[in-house]
Design a binder for this molecule. Sequence first.
Ligand code: MV4
Length: 501
Amino acid sequence: MKLAKVLIANRGEIAVRVIRACREQGITPVAVFSEADREALHVLMADEAYPIGPAPATESYLRIDRLVATAKAAGADAVHPGYGFLAENAAFAEACAAAGLVFIGPPPAALRAMGDKTAARRLARTLGVPMVPGTLEPVASDDAARAAAAEIGYPLMLKAALGGGGKGMRLVRAAGDLAGALRAARSEAAGAFGDSAVYLERYVSEPRHIEVQVLADAHGHVVHLGERECSIQRRHQKLVEESPSPCVDPALRARMGEAACRMAKAAGYVSAGTIEFLVDPDRNFYFLEMNARLQVEHPVTEMVTGIDLVREQLRIAAGEPLGYAQADVVARGAAIECRINAEDPFGGWLPSPGTITGLRAATGPWVRDDSGVYEGCTVSRFYDTLLAKLVVWGADREAAIARMARALGEYKVVGVRTTIPVLAQIVAHEDFRAGRLSTHFLDRILPGLTAARGRLRSVAIIAAVLAEYERLGHHTLPPPAPAATDAWRMAFRPGAGGGRR
Ligand code: MV4
């Protein structure tokens, strides 16, 4: 079956990413938008765009009825959910199917199976895929939890059965803390997922978060595309991702990849999916959960494998076979992604909505800018803060790091605060350059980064005072040497000529 028209049930950079893949495949992309997104980039780029409701996502991008009705009215034959919103919602996949629309993702049964983390753990157990010791079912009572905890040992993690991404998760250091943690985790899980079921796992300290990309077609073929290192995160929001992981060698990659493929196959998985693992300091890997969607960080895999994951999703949804085997998947060089968010890293990481008054994205050799914004557009406070993903490729990790540092230096955003300055500091950090990463990396280095920022502010204030003193006719310093600062850097400064503000 050939897909002619695809409705994209999403917004921002991922909607733009899917529009691009559709166009390259000769498919007509259809956008949808909330009242806050009338002039969003994805709307301007699509052939057709339809309103789906007010700004809050619950009244627009999460409205299954409106999305399905819009897809039918537009004459679309398929729906791409992007990530987030309804991407892993089995009811949405079912509603699409019931309306005669192809859902570009896994079958509803696979979505349900992977949504229950304990079901995924039971599957891993059946297949002999290594996982963190813990319960295979939710704990039925506090007594059952106490008994299981005694067996697992402390410290341990409580996790919501329907959770993921860190929500409904509690670290329990000792038996005395278990009852309180259970109560807190259950109520958080009930609030977030409508189900208070929790299970137990032994706590893995200083882990790396490494995930394996898989592609599965509807004919039983499954391949993996290697791993992504996703350890650099803050409060479960990733900031920097890369492929390959600096701590994975070919033997470990083969073992993790094989485990990931077996999980996908046994789950009846179809489309692009990700198997998450924790890797401990001794490089033991443990299955964590499966993400039944295209992920934010998918471009680093695309850059090293040359495989367009959205194109593959579209082909697979159309019923085409993969057409290649594991041995045909070859990774070359290294890729890094930095997430450019409208947040103030020096102001408590608060969202920074507003109008982008100046924008110049990095370009040049082996630099990719997956952006959802343009100069003059407004960043809404209703949605997540991701503006763009800056992705680079290099012949090796060192070259990719140098290229990312260069590209971050070129990237200019005026009007909203962004994560760019911390991304530059992360990429320059000696531990990052040495590949010494764990999920605690960012929490460890952030205090130092913000302190450095404080010193820079002090220097800036002293410089401003001295400049004013000189302007008043006093002489404090010998005349400055001709400016070595590049004109572009100065152009967007308030008060500088030439730059748009
Ligand atoms: C863990 C763990 C340590 N031990 N499970 C956080 C997100 C969720 N997907 C799983 N997470 C963790 N599970 C055990 N048994 C530590 C984390 C964790 C983490 C994982 C991936 C990326 C960042 C993280 C930050 C803190 C904790």
